[in-house]
Ligand binder design. Structure first.
Ligand SMILES: C[S@@+](CC[C@H](N)C(=O)[O-])C[C@H]1O[C@@H](n2cnc3c(N)ncnc32)[C@H](O)[C@@H]1O
Length: 389
């Protein structure tokens, strides 16, 4: 059996989930699928359940199910997978093209179930808002979290599920740690860092946390909501300090969302300015920063920003107009120059034609006088012969 120590070596990085898992539609990356597959195949011991919170169409559940199916160990210890989702099409899913045939609010549960069936997964489906579900499934060995989209869900999961983790055994995967808009995840995981240290951050996505120790004794299971502003900021700064590069930028962006909640728009705006200046080329950070702006910026500021955009646009257009005017002036000067040249050329032509005509006349006169001269002796002889002269 693999131990928590093995986890530190991140063995999933050398493993690839089967094609049937990699090719499924879903919102998690191939690396995340391979991680879940490895955990189910190599790590699960039967000591607790597997929770897939936020299973969507079933890619994460399928990766776990395929891992259990391919697990070489005794099937009697085969753990159950508990898959949570509302299974309701949301506007962002429809916009992204997941459900061309559904309206917002329609159920996609049938598609999840078809996927789970194909993997013969030992799945218990927990449908509906996770806020309405408590946990009664005993110890949890693997907790995959792709559902902590609000601080309320974060705290609900912290209260209901975290106390069932097994110290020295359990693993949490935080799929949204990489997204720079959900500060409650960074604050909660930093708060629990001594019990659930990070062992991996898969490129662009999930962090993996190994439960090395029991939860801190003072932890009341709320995660985020029971902390005051200073505690939240301190924990957020602690989380940021663990990272460098683009990863750090994502957490700094998340801090802007935290500042928005704690201190209001001006503080968030200042933080966003710093983040954007430091990471100008990160698309993810820009998306997160724009989202924070969209829900954080007061209306007056929004109008001001729109006016600024219009002003910049107008300035660009008037610069274009000035440029076009200069080009027209230049073309006019050129036209006048060509017109003058044409006039001069026509005059020169008229002059040349006159010259030609006078040369012609001179030539003709010359020719006739030469003719007279050359025929004079003959004419004389002719007249003499006729006796007229
Ligand atoms: C990013 S998706 C999960 C992607 C999934 N893990 C995969 O493998 O493709 C997040 C899911 O969380 C679900 N969700 C969000 N809030 C929820 C809530 N309060 N209760 C239940 N499900 C929720 C959504 O329906 C959505 O399917």
């Amino acid at each position: 059996m693999q131990t928590l120590d093995t986890i530190r070596h991140r063995p999933w990085r050398q493993v690839e989930a089967p094609d049937e898992v990699l090719s499924l539609g879903g919102m998690i990356s191939p690396q995340e699928r391979s991680l879940l597959y490895w955990l189910a195949r190599e790590y699960t011991s039967g000591a607790g359940a597997i929770v897939d919170a936020g299973c969507f169409l079933g890619a994460s559940t399928a990766a776990l199910a395929a891992g259990l199916r391919d697990c070489p160990r005794n099937s009697r210890t085969r753990p159950l997978i508990f898959s949570y989702d509302r299974f309701e099409a949301e506007p962002y899913m429809i916009e992204a093209g997941w459900f061309p045939d559904l309206q917002a609010g329609d159920s996609f549960r049938a598609r999840f179930e078809a996927t789970a069936r194909a993997f013969d997964a030992p799945v218990t489906v927990c449908a509906g808002d996770i806020l309405t579900h408590g946990w009664e499934g005993g110890p949890i060995e693997i907790l995959f979290l792709d559902i902590l989209k609000t601080s309320e869900i974060n705290d609900h999961v912290a209260r209901e599920f975290l106390p069932h983790l097994i110290p020295g055994r359990s693993v949490i995967i935080q799929q949204d740690y990489a997204w720079g808009e959900l500060p409650w995840i960074h604050v909660t995981m930093e708060r629990l860092a001594s019990s659930l240290p990070i062992v991996d951050w898969l490129p662009w996505s999930s962090t993996v946390h190994a439960m090395t120790r029991p939860l801190p004794s003072g932890f009341l299971g709320t995660g985020y909501g029971d902390l005051d502003a200073d505690e939240k900021l301190k924990l957020m700064d602690g989380a940021i300090a663990r990272w460098s590069g683009e990863e750090r930028g994502r957490l700094e962006c998340s801090k802007a969302a935290l500042l928005l909640e704690l201190e209001g728009w001006d503080a968030a705006r200042d933080q966003l300015e710093v983040v954007r200046a430091a990471y100008p080329r990160s698309e993810v950070i820009e998306v997160c920063a724009s989202n924070i702006e969209a829900y954080g910026r007061p209306e007056l500021d929004t109008v001001r920003a729109e006016l600024d955009t219009v002003r910049v646009e107008l300035e660009c257009r008037s610069a274009d107009l000035a440029q076009a005017g200069a080009e027209i002036d230049q073309a006019r000067v050129e036209l006048e120059r060509r017109h003058d040249e044409l006039g001069a050329a026509m005059k020169a032509r008229e002059h040349a034609e006159r010259e030609l005509a006078s040369t012609d006349a001179t030539l003709r006169a010359l020719q006739s006088s030469r003719l007279m001269r050359s025929t004079q002796p003959l004419r004389r002889l002719y007249y003499r012969l006729r006796g007229t002269r």
